[in-house]
Design a binder for this molecule. Structure first.
Ligand code: OOG
Ligand code: MG
Length: 255
């Protein structure tokens, strides 16, 4: 089988796994990082063709806690669409996922494009809004097990996001206290400093890593920073809330 056919095949397999909430085996194919991003692009193109719109990207593996949880130690990124948005205070339908997890993040909204090697000052200047956020992960691989190339091909496990009220970025968000609560009980505590020492580094890394694949961030794009702590598995009936110092709360429940 030629390579482009092989990558399109994997993309279809992963897209259908997400669409039908049915886990698949880890990739048996040996592919490199560039191929894995190509699979991600092809698989997400299938979603755009069904009417979903791009809203930005999510960063993955930007904290030590996350690297330890999934055993992958290099940053990666995935694409976010409007179909992934769960309203703040809203409900997530458990049956639409394989084995969903929730994790605490920070969201940025951009006022200007950001491309390539940017300084932290340039990254900061491109931010229009900052907010507390929750990412919903749902690996399409059985047992949530993957290698770096698998998870990139699988859109970095991305499957949902909840964003709290937007704030102007005129504050120091380098070390904000955070708690993740399930049914009003704190289950994870941390600080925004867990994200590469300062969440802005994640935004700069996003621009840099995307440029390697010929992509850039656009004005209006949302960027998820990567999680502050490990993710928590979801069960029906749970109410999940993230509280971030100065940025406030966001929450959802699992139906
Ligand atoms: C991979 C995605 C990692 C993060 O915030 O670090 C990620 C996974 O854990 O399934 O989204
Ligand atoms: Mg995440």
């Amino acid at each position: 089988m030629d390579k482009s056919r092989k990558l399109a095949d994997i993309a279809q397999r992963l897209d259908e796994a997400a669409l039908h909430a049915e886990a698949v085996e880890q990739l048996a194919e040996e592919i490199d990082i560039a191929d894995a991003y190509e699979v991600q692009k092809l698989s997400m193109a299938r979603r755009y063709a069904r009417g979903e719109k791009s809203i930005g990207i999510k960063m993955g593996l930007t904290s030590r806690a996350k690297m330890l949880q999934v055993g992958v130690t290099d940053m990666n990124w995935g694409r976010l669409t409007d179909g992934m948005i769960v309203e703040d205070g809203g409900e997530l339908t458990f049956a639409r996922y394989v084995h969903p997890r929730a994790e605490p993040e920070i969201a940025f909204r951009l006022r200007a494009p950001l491309e390539g090697n940017v300084t932290h000052l340039e990254a900061g200047a491109a931010i229009e809004g900052v907010a507390a956020a929750i990412e919903i992960l749902d690996s399409r691989f059985k047992n949530f097990k993957f290698r770096m190339t698998d998870v990139i091909a699988d859109n970095s496990s991305s499957s949902g996001l909840i964003i709290g009220p937007w704030h102007r970025p005129d504050m120091d968000f380098s070390n904000l206290g955070m708690s993740l609560e399930i049914n009003a009980r704190p289950v994870q505590l941390g600080s925004s400093a867990a994200i590469l020492g300062h969440p802005i580094r994640s935004l700069a890394a996003a621009a840099r890593l995307m440029a390697l694949r010929g992509q850039r961030l656009e004005a209006g794009d949302i960027v998820l920073s990567g999680a502050i702590t490990a993710a928590e598995p979801l069960r029906p009936g749970m109410k999940v809330r993230v509280r971030l110092e100065r940025l406030g709360n966001c929450d959802f429940s699992v139906a």
